[in-house]
Write a protein that binds this ligand. Structure first.
Ligand code: SAM
Ligand code: SF4
Length: 360
């Protein structure tokens, strides 16, 4: 099928494309075809989310993690970093900074820790920031349904848990044997039962990953009926086992693939929130803006105190290590204005898909 026909079919209704058609979009390298596909994805983004980008202040609440994902710089076995955990006072203060920037939403992200003490700690943080009236997303890994329910009751509205890859065999190559792909899927279902806006996503440009894997990832997002997608290129970290495996592509190819994934996901799902992630900015100074022009509508400026940022490096080359929240905001505003977009200040920027599926 010709690219024009694939795009026309994609625009006609959500979830119209086959794995083969998605693969064609994901593997595009011809400049003109890429431009056309991104323009169609951007048009859909504007139709469902407007010509604006919703912000979530990102607080990296701690780098202590019980997991050992083979690609991640803060994995349990990496002894070369200083571990930290923010206090409830720190988190409340940073949430206020985010509210002052007039970002309508907040993300609390960190390593995975299970247990009553941690569950209660997060509850306390959520209760303290509730009066700020922000849309709060948690990204704290796999937990029991009971814990997800408690955090929802304490004020969290959204939860982001990437499946990382929808291919269980590839997942097994990227994680130690005691990490379970099936448990991750079960957690996504549990989050849905608890009433969250559910986000998932994958890394692209992973060793051993095929274009078909990525196409099936996008179909997985549809099957799980995700409300939000957070995905980005895998970037090696030298102090990890996967970081020592030769990367399958260079930075330019990684960026192109990451942007093709955003465009194909927008064309397949239409009305979900899609983040232009920091990993894109690592590959090009305007990587996130390129993400918006390929169909993304969310950004997550970091509002964590700069002193902690070096200790939360998932991959090499994390940007904005020394840029505080205020600088970050003016820089973003300027960059978005250059592409004719504005910041959706003061709004939560909920997923249009979530509202549609829950208002029936
Ligand atoms: N611990 C939680 C979890 O894993 O769901 C949330 C925090 S974790 C650091 C957030 C995401 O970072 C992961 O889902 C993974 O996709 C991404 N990540 C980790 N290492 C990465 C790398 N080397 N390159 C790109 N993304 C990476
Ligand atoms: Fe921990 Fe998340 Fe990193 Fe895995 S990706 S090691 S769960 S912080």
């Amino acid at each position: 099928m010709k690219i024009d026909d694939i795009v026309k079919k994609a625009l006609s209704q959500p979830r119209a494309l086959t794995v083969e058609e998605l693969s064609t979009l994901i593997s595009l390298s011809d400049d003109k075809a890429i431009r056309d596909v991104r323009a169609a994805a951007y048009e859909l983004k504007c139709r469902h989310c407007g010509k604006m980008v919703s912000m979530r202040g990102l607080i990296e609440i701690g780098n202590v993690c019980a997991k050992d994902c083979l690609y991640c710089g803060i994995r349990k076995s990496n002894a070369s970093l200083t571990r930290y955990r923010l206090t409830a006072d720190d988190i409340e203060r940073m949430a206020r900074v985010s509210a002052l920037q007039n970002y309508g939403s907040l993300v609390l992200q960190g390593g995975e820790i299970e247990g009553e003490a941690y569950t209660a700690f997060i509850e306390e943080c959520l209760r303290r920031i509730a009066p700020l009236n922000l849309g709060v997303t948690l990204s704290l890994g796999e937990q029991t349904e009971k814990v997800y329910r408690r955090w929802k009751a304490a004020g969290a509205a959204r939860y982001l848990l990437r499946i990382e890859t929808s291919n269980p065999a590839l997942y097994a190559k990227l994680h130690p044997a005691d990490h379970s792909w099936e448990r991750r899927v079960e957690c996504l279902r549990a989050l849905r039962r608890c009433g969250y806006q559910v986000g998932t996503g994958v890394m692209s440009a992973l060793p051993w990953q095929t274009t078909e894997d990525l196409a099936r990832d996008i179909v997985f997002f549809g099957d799980i009926d995700a409300d939000m997608i957070g995905m980005g290129p895998y970037i090696p970290h030298p102090d990890t086992p996967l970081g020592r495996v030769a990367p399958p592509m260079d930075n330019a190819e990684r960026l192109r693939l990451g942007l093709n994934m955003i465009a194909a996901t927008r064309l397949y799902l239409h009305d979900v929130n899609i983040a232009a992630t920091t990993a894109l900015q690592t590959l090009a100074h305007d990587g996130r803006e390129q993400g918006v022009l390929a169909g993304a509508n969310v950004m997550m400026p970091n509002v964590t105190d700069v002193q902690y940022r070096r200790s939360y490096q998932l991959y090499e080359g994390k940007p904005c290590l020394d840029e505080n929240a205020l600088l970050c905001r003016s820089c973003l505003e300027r960059r978005l204005a250059l592409i004719g977009e504005s910041v959706n200040y003061g709004q939560r920027g909920d997923s249009p898909h979530f509202h549609k599926r829950t208002s029936v």
